[in-house]
Design a protein around this ligand. Structure first.
Ligand code: PMP
Ligand code: GLN
Length: 382
């Protein structure tokens, strides 16, 4: 059997969700909304199912969804994308990440990654024979250590895998940070796999900037979006890659060998979703921002020290002021078993070796009443 897979455990999300179930805890661990996505999008999927949209669609995606992705790129970012040659629809962003890395990596190539990182990145890089070069953002502000990042790039670097807005850190990369990264990519002639699944989930006037929009980056970036996050339908697993035509051929071949296609009925519905008016996208973010504020003020009142959160579903809390004796894993276990509220230890987003052990991640993509109930339980526990 494959040694890398045999040596790895189940994901932290599975472990914590099972523990939450076992103890009847409110699950603010795994990041999924507890309200359904827009009804017109769901209805479009149901209609497509009944409309005999149930056989293999075209390999790179339904033309109407590829066109909708290209249109959204123009509407939100001013990117001119050829829907026929520069978009590949995948079965979730998870597949898109693998397909993008597969498209560019040869065994032995180095990939620069920023910690804390989303849990699938490292296993996938390693399974493809890539060599991870890890650079840590500096908490509590999650600053980009520029000198270290520059030192991580070298002659063997094939790509950087960048996640903005970032899970779990809630960081949205600034124009200046992106310019620094773009400069490194150009100087070292590398690609950038850009996980932008939370592109529409930014707060307080922060705007998501795709690395692909920076000068010189149009041909280097594989930009990944997810209908799961954009339409609060995380179980659908429809993702999309936007990349230059010179890369799309390999991406399509990777996709052929991974899943070949993605359910056509869901693709049609996602095309309907991407055409929604600006109000939809704005209120998605403002609604979520209100939930962040609700949870953040409750946690602050309880004594947690909160790290900045400018986007995504997640906020990181430092529990040091609460005086708990134990690390983040012990804290999350205790919180689940005793307070009956579940969070995720942030050390799970590090490759290992002296990761910070005093931060936990709370998901706030939940109904107001659920967040209030969680806060009440925490108050009773404290
Ligand atoms: N990237 C990040 C940073 C995520 O948080 C998620 C959410 N699970 C994904 C990728 C995967 O998205 P999808 O459900 O579309 O596969
Ligand atoms: N992206 C979500 C999170 O970070 C869910 C991930 C998963 O369940 N694999 O919580």
């Amino acid at each position: 059997q494959n040694e890398l897979l045999s040596a790895s455990g189940t994901t932290i999300f599975t472990v914590m969700s099972a523990l939450a179930m076992q103890h009847g805890a409110i699950n603010l661990g795994q990041g999924f909304p507890d309200e359904e996505g827009p009804v017109d999008v769901v209805r479009a999927a149901a209609e497509a199912l009944l409309d005999n949209r149930n056989q293999y669609p075209p390999l790179t995606g339904l033309p109407e969804l590829r066109q909708a992705v290209a249109d959204a790129n123009r509407r939100f970012y001013g990117l001119e994308i050829d829907a026929n040659a520069e978009v590949v629809v995948t079965s979730g962003a998870t597949e898109a990440i693998t397909a993008s890395l597969m498209a560019v990596l040869n065994p032995g190539d180095e990939v620069v990654l920023l910690e804390p990182l989303y849990d699938t990145y490292l296993p996938v890089v390693r399974l493809l024979g890539g060599v991870p070069r890890l650079v840590r953002l500096a908490p509590p502000k999650w600053e980009l250590p520029r000198a270290e990042l520059a030192a991580a790039f070298g002659p063997k670097t094939k790509a950087i895998l960048l996640n903005t807005p970032m899970n779990p850190a809630g960081k949205v990369f600034t124009a200046a940070e992106l310019a620094f990264i773009a400069d490194l990519c150009q100087r070292h002639d590398t690609y950038a796999v850009c996980d932008e699944v939370y592109e529409h989930l930014t707060f307080d006037g922060w705007r998501h900037i795709p690395l692909m929009t920076l000068p010189g980056m149009r041909e280097r970036c594989l930009r990944i979006g997810s209908a799961g996050k954009t339409f609060s339908l995380t179980g659908w697993k429809v993702g999309y890659i936007t990349c230059d035509r010179s890369l799309a051929g390999n991406v399509a071949k990777a996709h052929t060998n991974l899943t070949f296609t993605t359910p056509p009925n869901l693709q049609r519905a996602v095309a309907v979703g991407l055409a929604k008016d600006d109000d939809y996208f704005t209120s998605l973010a403002t609604g979520l921002q209100a939930r962040r504020d609700q949870l953040a003020s409750g946690l602050t009142a309880l004594g947690f020290s909160l790290l900045p959160c400018n986007g995504s579903y997640f906020i990181t809390a430092d529990f040091t002021p609460l005086g708990f004796h134990g690390d983040d894993v012990a804290f999350c276990r205790h919180l689940t078993e005793v307070a009956k509220v579940t969070a995720i230890p942030v050390s799970a987003f590090y490759a290992g070796g002296d990761a910070p052990g005093h931060y936990v991640r709370f998901a706030f993509c939940k109904r107001e009443s659920v967040l209030e109930e969680a806060l009440q339980r925490l108050r009773a526990w404290k």
